[in-house]
Design a protein around this ligand. Structure first.
Ligand code: KG4
Ligand code: ZN
Length: 341
């Protein structure tokens, strides 16, 4: 079935309210993201109750702004795609309720999208010629996982983190180094001034068979290092940032590379907020060149949470005949690969 022409995407799984209009599953006509950084900064992390209340206030404005930017009237829309999980339940319900009401009013289909299927679809938006199957490395604040992707809605899980997600580790280490929330991008910036071989940090599970990850031990090793060097000189902070970033990303590159070879595939896609990390992008590109596979990253704005990826994933599942009715609900936990039935 052909991809639906105009899909509105709505994403509100965490602390961003996002809306986008995507044409034919490939052209991003508009993508608006309203961040709540200022709201949560004083608390050093996302406060769920504040997040959902702010979403209630902003959802209609953000959707309206996306439609205006796209030059599209709501009557022109063919479908609404919305993130149904995983994420913060209160936040998810705001986007979901809005999307269902809009679809009902317009008499068009609504389709629920898994947040990680959305992240994967961002790579397909960025590289329209990309064909499945491929290995998908999903690296975000909540997830670190490798999938074999034949079908966006039901990829096969190869391995995932046993504890912290890699983005979470970036955020926690940034906090240890006294950087403001959210720490990932700030830590990456600080690392540019440091030497990545200054401190030998563990690369957890890098040489273990399988594709599972673990980031809590690395975070603890950094905490010990910070304590041993307090008060931290600026150069030491930068060296710790660079050494941590190298350890955290080396493991991702090693496992992704092995997965591509073991699965006998020629393509890797790297998605999620941490896919915006420059060192990770460089190292993956170098490994791809050496091993002879192609590596695709969405542009940074499509790596972090956005609604264009949700519209793109929704367009694909609608084309595959998937529909949801108004009973569609949100799930705080929702595996992308539910495993053997
Ligand atoms: O995908 P995302 O926007 O939200 C989730 O679904 O979690 O990912 C956010 C995560 C945060 O942990 C953030 O610190 C991290 O991605 N991040 C980065 C960079 N940009 C965002 N981590 C390392 N380097 C970056 N440049
Ligand atoms: Zn995300």
């Amino acid at each position: 079935m052909a991809l639906p022409r105009l899909v509105l995407g709505v994403e509100s799984s965490c602390d961003e309210m996002a809306a986008a209009v995507v044409r034919d599953g490939t052209d991003v006509l508009a993508s608006r993201v309203r961040s709540q950084l200022e709201l949560h900064r004083p608390y050093g992390g996302v406060v769920p109750e504040l997040a959902s209340r702010d979403h209630v206030r902003s959802v209609s404005q953000v959707v309206r702004a996306a439609l205006e930017e796209a030059g599209v009237g709501e009557r022109d829309l063919d479908a609404v795609a919305v993130t149904m999980g995983p994420g913060l339940l209160g936040s998810l319900l705001v986007g979901l309720s809005f999307a269902k009401a809009l679809a009902y009013r317009l008499g068009i289909p609504v389709v629920g999208v898994h947040h990680l299927a959305g992240h994967l679809a961002a790579a397909e938006l960025a590289a329209p010629g990309l064909t499945r199957p491929y290995v998908g490395l999903v690296v975000s604040g909540g997830h670190t996982a490798l999938y074999r992707v034949e079908d966006l809605a039901s990829p096969k899980l190869l391995g995932e983190t046993a504890d912290d997600a890699v983005g979470e580790a970036f955020d926690k280490v940034a906090k240890l180094l006294g950087l403001p929330y959210p720490g990932g991008p700030a830590l990456a910036k600080l690392a540019e001034a440091g030497r990545e071989d200054a401190f030998a940090l563990p690369r957890p599970r890098q040489h273990e068979p399988g594709y599972d990850f673990s980031y809590s031990g690395l975070k603890t090793a950094v905490a010990r290092l910070v304590r041993a060097h307090e008060p931290l000189a600026d150069a030491t902070r930068a060296d710790i940032a660079a050494s941590f970033q190298a350890a955290a990303t080396d493991v991702l590159v090693a496992k992704a590379r092995r997965a591509v070879a073991d699965e006998g595939l020629a393509r890797l896609v790297v998605v999620g907020g941490v896919a915006a990390n420059r060192r990770l992008r460089e190292r993956v590109a170098a490994a791809a060149e050496r091993d002879g596979f192609s590596a695709t990253f969405p542009p940074p704005a499509l790596c972090t949470d956005n609604a264009a990826m949700v519209a793109a994933a929704g367009a694909r599942s609608l084309a595959a005949g998937e529909r949801h009715d108004l009973d569609l609900t949100a799930f705080s936990r929702l595996p992308l690969d539910p495993g053997p039935a």
